[in-house]
Ligand binder design. Structure first.
Ligand SMILES: Cc1ncc(COP(=O)(O)O)c(C=O)c1O
Length: 358
């Protein structure tokens, strides 16, 4: 083991390092055979046209190989989860010792990091973004200590929409005492190189991605964590044996054969985002449209609560982020289809305040 591997191993909770993982029937025999009587499945099949009577491959090998080819990453450096939310959960389980360790968050950011930290009994230390949503390196390093296991960097950030600067992420990779988790859920919209290309350089780097956003597969639940083999093995060691179902594995494999379709959708969504970026500021109820590297816009309006209720009444649901730090009177609006965006714009054009007292 190299010194850096030793350092990363030392971050793993002792009970996880010592854990003897569950060994499923499919772990113990994965080769070719004609009679499988090892897993107590129903040998007569399923009550469906397609047969789902067999447990799926625990390590999703063909799917991992397809992702490895697409992302240009070694298969040993990929964990596949039931959405990237599962990867966040697994990272907490592997690294956070309840009531002892802490995680560092940079609000406003994706709410699941705090929820998972609370579930796992981690102390949350906050190093807020500045009011212009730029990151504050000294703030992060000043709240971090030897028990800081995970730093979540969401880039592009939800709900603000912007990528974190590369030099900030680099500084965190060099100075943060625990793992640096770069969540690239919206990375396919940003046009930036992924941090997956730097995994071999930084043993403390974990990159999260998902098929829920640009790939349009939120309903299938497929997310990925990319990191060195030591961290990926630890995540695989503790996950539920069959965390991805067979139908998801099959459909995700089919989808991965069509990256060109995804590129087409990304281009359409980016063109629509530009159209909204130009049209929204012309409306009297819009004060500011924040720059975005993602498939949504954070928009400061005259009265977020009133406009949110008005839009709901029109059957248009956006996300009210008014209560988030630095986001007073802000709505987070997903870029929709051209028709949906037209509906949104025309509803906002017809808004006269205050809606609520009418
Ligand atoms: C920043 C960020 N990370 C992760 C996720 C979770 O994605 P998944 O559908 O892969 O669980 C989301 C979902 O909205 C997100 O906004």
């Amino acid at each position: 083991m190299t010194t850096t591997e030793k350092n990363i191993s030392a971050l793993i909770r002792p009970c996880i390092a010592a854990l003897k993982p569950y060994s499923s029937a499919r772990d113990e025999f994965a080769g070719a055979a004609s009679v499988f009587l090892d897993a107590n499945e129903n040998s007569l099949g399923s009550p469906l046209d397609q047969d789902f009577s067999r447990y799926p491959d625990p390590l999703q090998t063909p799917l991992r190989e397809a992702l490895a080819a697409l992302k240009q990453v070694d298969t040993r450096h990929i964990f596949i989860g039931n959405g990237s939310d599962e990867a966040i959960d697994m990272l907490m389980r592997v690294f956070v010792e309840p009531s002892r360790d802490n995680v560092v968050l940079m609000p406003p950011t994706y709410g699941m990091y705090a929820v998972q930290a609370n579930i796992h009994g981690a102390e949350i230390r906050r190093a807020p973004l500045r009011a212009d949503f730029s990151p504050h390196a000294e703030a992060v390093l000043s709240v971090a200590d030897a028990h800081s296991k995970l730093l979540f960097l969401c880039s592009p950030n939800n709900p603000t929409g912007q990528c974190l600067p590369d030099d900030f992420v680099l500084e965190m990779l060099e100075k943060f005492p625990g793992l640096v988790v770069v969540d690239e859920a919206y990375g396919d919209f940003s046009g930036r190189a992924s941090w997956t290309t730097r995994i071999s350089e930084f043993p403390n780097l974990v990159v999260l991605q998902t098929l829920s956003k640009a790939w349009g597969l939120a309903g299938l639940r497929v997310g990925m964590a990319f990191s060195n083999a030591l961290i990926i093995n630890a995540l695989n060691k503790i996950k539920y044996p069959y965390n991805l179902n067979q139908s998801t594995i099959q459909l995700a494999l089919q989808a991965l054969q069509h990256p060109e379709r995804v590129q087409g959708k990304i281009q359409t969504l980016l063109a629509e985002r530009r159209r909204l970026e130009q049209a929204l500021p012309l409306l009297p109820c819009v004060q500011k449209v924040f720059p975005s590297d993602a498939n949504f816009l954070l928009v400061r309006v005259t009265d977020a609560n009133d406009i949110y209720r008005y839009l709901c009444e029109q059957g248009i649901i956006v996300r009210n982020r008014d209560r988030e730090l630095h986001c007073s009177n802000c709505l987070r609006i997903t870029v929709g289809t051209p028709a949906e965006n037209d509906t949104l714009l025309s509803a906002l054009r017809s808004y006269y305040p205050p809606y609520d007292v009418r």
